[in-house]
Write a protein that binds this ligand. Structure first.
Ligand code: GLC
Length: 709
């Protein structure tokens, strides 16, 4: 079985021989990604009429966002049969949580804390994508995020680097499988390198100013995980790092990504992010852009054409070398060879690809993903519903199909199973309520389900929001429903954490569904009815108020931490008008079980470098339902040569307990779990005392102490 690492990315004899036949123009052409459809982005109209001619002339290496089978075949046929060397094209697309079957958005998927599920979902996504004629997906997005005002948190794995690293590896393995030449494998692309999630104020494309320590501690690790899993592509970010645009940042792309992290695949820019270094005011014209981005280490230019227009001249002037150009071209050719495109340029083309889409097995997987990613934030004995208990269905999202998110490839809202349809399919009695019938028709009811949320178009790229509460009209609906005196079950659909502080007291139960995709209602019904218990755990903190942002679990202690024993004391780190604590912390999520943690102890109170220590914790489910509990293990350095977070997630285990069942879980501590970048930026441990903490979430932990010796 071919290794999934990039050892195989060294150019083959065949590719080197092909390179030797290429003209300078054809070499430069392999560095070009064209967008086929006319696209108006940042003022640039991409006119595809020239694309065909460019392909014939060998001036296009890949094409972005084509998904019409006829176009794909026509374009590939043009390249293979009408260009001089017949080099096949790569077709790339943003398939980030489903091609035709919409899985839950990636932020929701991360709430499963289940790398196996994410790998299976990615394999399912790759199955549909590879049957649609595509070769590369611009996924997974692994930006570390802390700010729900940023619309793209919906695509992310949340705020923790350890969990995001595990999930990144799962995405890459699921997409790329063991060998890219396998029929249903597609190449993955980790993005956006780097630091895009730290845009100031959560404002899209805004300035990023983070320390090297933050970059190395929380931003880079998921990218390293993707590289270690064999990811074939990295996309550069729009933002600056150390005031240099990432796309033209040689420290970032060469010194860090290539030399330190060992990435040998293709570095692609983001959409026109090369030209945008002019807007960043580090270049004055497109020739300067081409020079700076090429020198920084960029291999493939998305949509902009500065390489196309200027590399030949820059080579003639001796400013860049053809030898370096050859290295860049070989990376693109190698990826095409790894995908088997030289053996069969039409490998992903199938007659009537529709027959491979929305298969029952794929939809069943999507429903499983919904069940494992919804997070129950509150439940005062309102859930699960009693069997066949007539419920009220109320609110704009009871029948809404706008729950597939903003980056949904060819997924159709019309394929979504709504909450109402799921109650119909289950023959579960209900009364559809509206504001005029709420009071009268709810009299005989016990429970009202109120479904609310933000529109799919309110999250995603270019959709930053400063105000994160639901609309006033939606909040009013909840309060009106509460006035009936019935049990109120809130189901919230959103691409990000919203501010639920105002609504929380009016709900007896809250299910946070995010944007669950095609099987939305089906999965939610299984949770509401108790056929399966909720098990999702938050991977992105829910603020009490926007004013807390950024608020995240792995924060530093400060020199004057808030003192709960003296809440009125003025001179410590606090607000005078809102609490420091978030509404719901990282790792939080309720189940239908009632888990008691006890007998937490360590096998030893000291840990030598070459040794391990066991951590034991006993769980008992006192509830009347079986449920899956995600037991989390964090560490805290009691001191270190630099200030370290009050909590650092280092392990977790998912334990299923039937009602009344008791089980002891064991974690293994290793020296490596205690490493950090020390005062000299060396990744190391220090022989000090550390807390080891276990519990159901970052705000409820039982601590023990271990000494590193
Ligand atoms: C977009 C996004 C990037 C996406 C690319 C191609 O602007 O930033 O994530 O992959 O363009 O669509």
């Amino acid at each position: 079985m071919k290794s999934n690492t990039l050892k195989s990315s060294s150019p083959s004899v065949k590719m080197s021989a092909l390179l030797s036949q290429m003209t300078l123009e054809e070499k430069i052409g392999q560095l070009q990604q064209s967008a086929y459809f006319s696209t108006v982005v940042t003022g640039h109209v991409v006119d595809h009429s020239g694309t065909i001619e460019a392909i014939k002339a060998g001036r296009v290496g890949s094409v972005l966002s084509v998904h019409d089978e006829r176009d794909l075949k026509m374009l590939q046929k043009t390249a293979v049969e009408e260009s001089r060397l017949g080099i096949p094209l790569l077709f790339m697309f943003d398939v980030i949580h489903g091609y035709k079957t919409a899985f839950p958005i990636n932020l929701a998927l991360s709430n499963s804390w289940d790398p196996d599920l994410v790998e299976r979902v990615s394999r399912g996504v790759a199955y549909e994508t590879s049957h649609a004629g595509l070769h590369v997906t611009f996924s997974p997005m692994v930006d570390l995020v802390r700010d729900p005002r940023w619309g793209r948190v919906m695509e992310s794995n949340g705020e923790d680097p350890y969990l995001s690293s595990l999930l990144t590896q799962a995405y890459v393995k699921g997409y790329q499988q063991d060998d890219l030449a396998q029929p249903h494998a597609i190449a993955a692309c980790v993005k956006h390198f780097a630091g895009y999630g730290f845009a100031e104020a959560g404002r899209e494309y805004n300035t990023v100013d983070v320390s090297e320590r933050t970059l190395r501690s929380v931003v880079f690790p998921p990218f390293q995980a993707g590289i270690d899993a064999g990811v074939r592509m990295v996309m550069t970010a729009f933002n600056v790092i150390n005031d240099r645009p990432a796309t033209a940042n040689r420290w970032l792309l060469n010194d860090v990504l290539r030399d330190e992290m060992g990435f040998q695949g293709v570095i692609i820019s983001d959409y026109t992010s090369t030209e945008e270094i002019i807007q960043h005011k580090v270049a004055t014209d497109t020739k300067d852009v081409a020079y700076q981005c090429f020198e920084a280490g960029l291999d493939h230019e998305m949509v902009s054409q500065t390489f196309q227009h200027h590399l030949k001249e820059l080579i003639a002037e001796g400013k860049i070398s053809e030898e370096t150009l050859n290295e860049r071209v070989l990376r693109i050719l190698t990826l095409k060879e790894q995908l088997g495109l030289f053996d069969n340029p039409y490998r992903n083309f199938y007659e009537d690809s529709a027959q491979y889409m929305l298969l029952e097995t794929t939809k069943a997987l999507a429903q499983e993903a919904v069940e494992k990613t919804v997070v129950m934030l509150k439940n005062d004995d309102a859930l699960p519903l009693k069997p066949k208990q007539t419920v009220g269905l109320f609110g704009p999202f009871i029948e809404s199909q706008d729950v597939i998110g903003e980056w949904a490839a060819l997924c159709e809202k019309s394929d979504v199973i709504t909450l109402k349809q799921a109650f119909d399919q289950a023959k579960h009695p209900y009364v559809l309520l509206d504001e005029t019938t709420l009071d009268t028709r709810s009299r005989e009811l016990d429970t009202i389900i109120v479904a609310l949320g933000e529109a799919g178009s309110e999250a995603g790229e270019g959709n930053s929001k400063a105000k994160l509460r639901l609309s006033a009209s939606q909040e009013a609906l909840v309060k009106k429903a509460h006035q009936t005196g019935k049990n109120i079950v809130l189901v919230v659909f959103a691409g990000r954490p919203l501010i639920l502080t105002e609504l929380e007291p009016f709900a007896d139960a809250i299910l946070y569904a995010y944007q669950p995709g095609t099987m939305s209602g089906a999965g939610l019904y299984r949770l509401l009815s108790g056929q399966v218990s909720p098990s999702g755990r938050l991977t992105l903190t829910f603020p009490y108020h926007e004013g807390q942002i950024p608020v995240y679990y792995n924060h530093l202690n400060t020199g004057r931490p808030f003192d709960h024993a003296r809440p009125e004391y003025r001179y410590n780190s606090r607000f005078i008008d809102i609490p420091n604590e978030p509404l719901y912390p990282f790792g939080f999520g309720l189940t239908y079980g009632q888990f008691e943690y006890s007998d937490v102890f360590l096998s030893k109170d000291h840990l030598r470098e070459d040794d391990t220590v066991k951590v034991y914790v006993t769980l008992k489910n006192h509830g009347s339902h079986g449920a899956l509990e995600t037991v989390q293990l964090y560490i805290e350095a009691q001191s270190f040569s630099v200030s370290r977070p009050v909590n650092e997630l280092k392990a977790f285990k998912q334990v299923y307990l039937d009602a009344g069942e008791e089980k002891t879980t064991v974690f293994t501590l290793t020296n490596a779990m205690f490493k950090a970048f020390n005062i000299d930026m060396a990744w190391t441990t220090e022989q000090r005392s550390y807390f080891v903490k276990v519990g159901p979430h970052s705000g409820a932990l039982i601590a023990r102490t271990v000494q590193l010796t």
